[in-house]
Design a protein around this ligand. Structure first.
Ligand SMILES: Cc1cc2nc3c(=O)[nH]c(=O)nc-3n(C[C@H](O)[C@H](O)[C@H](O)COP(=O)(O)O)c2cc1C
Length: 201
């Protein structure tokens, strides 16, 4: 498994179902900022994976490990190895996207490990920061709060604190996200801050 000692590993999971994605643009900027601060950054787009949601089979209850054989088996070790995690999702019907929610539900084995078996989910010591990035089409920013509860629960189970959030509303209006220099600069600064201020003890 990857060592965190030389460069902190920052993992970004993207939950947009589409290729030309507003949320992807923000996530890219966040991870650029993290990389500029010395991190090794990796993005995984959930739409490119083959995985199911949680089957509630109960097989993780004893060992805290998921037995469903699909692409998720390569994501688990990456989440365990990550110093910081960015979950990036569009808002869909006032919550995270279906892709992101399916991913979160597969985190049930983390929940079992942490709360039932009372074992650490990760060998990475120190502060592990969780950042929630989301975009929505409309003006009503309350949708971010509704989605946030789900993301918070996931971060907690997977051993991350809910460190920060970055939300972009009214994304369906012009100009396109790629031209909104103010938002992009803030996203990049946040990625940088995520890495620079974290204790690694
Ligand atoms: C199925 C679906 C549901 C959506 N629901 C909402 C919603 O509840 N509130 C909102 O403001 N925007 C909603 N939107 C708009 C998206 O959140 C917005 O376009 C977002 O920026 C898309 O991100 P993406 O380009 O990364 O996929 C919805 C879009 C879709 C396709």
């Amino acid at each position: 498994m990857r060592s965190d000692r030389e460069r902190p590993f920052v993992l970004g999971l993207l939950g947009s179902p589409r290729k030309k994605s507003n949320t992807a643009v923000l996530l890219e900027r966040v991870l650029n900022g993290a990389a500029a601060a010395g991190a090794e950054a990796e993005t995984i787009s959930l739409r490119e994976l083959e995985f199911s949601s949680c089957l509630h089979c109960g097989r993780c209850d004893k060992e805290g490990r998921c037995v469903v054989r699909d692409d998720w088996q390569m994501i688990y070790p990456k989440i365990r190895a990550a110093r910081h995690l960015v979950l990036a999702s569009p808002i869909q019907f006032s919550g995270v996207s279906g892709e992101m929610k399916s991913m979160i539900d597969r985190g049930q084995c983390f929940w079992v490990e942490k709360y039932r078996l009372k074992r650490p989910v990760s060998e990475v010591g120190g502060e592990r920061r969780g950042l929630f990035v989301a975009t929505c089409g409309g003006r009503d920013r309350r949708v971010f709060d509704w989605a946030k509860h789900t993301v918070k629960a996931f971060f907690s189970s997977a051993g991350f604190c809910y460190w920060e959030e970055f939300f972009g509303a009214e994304m369906d209006a012009a100009p396109p996200i790629g031209e909104r220099a103010d938002i992009l600069a803030k996203a990049e600064a946040l990625g940088r801050r995520m890495v620079e201020g974290a204790s690694s003890a």
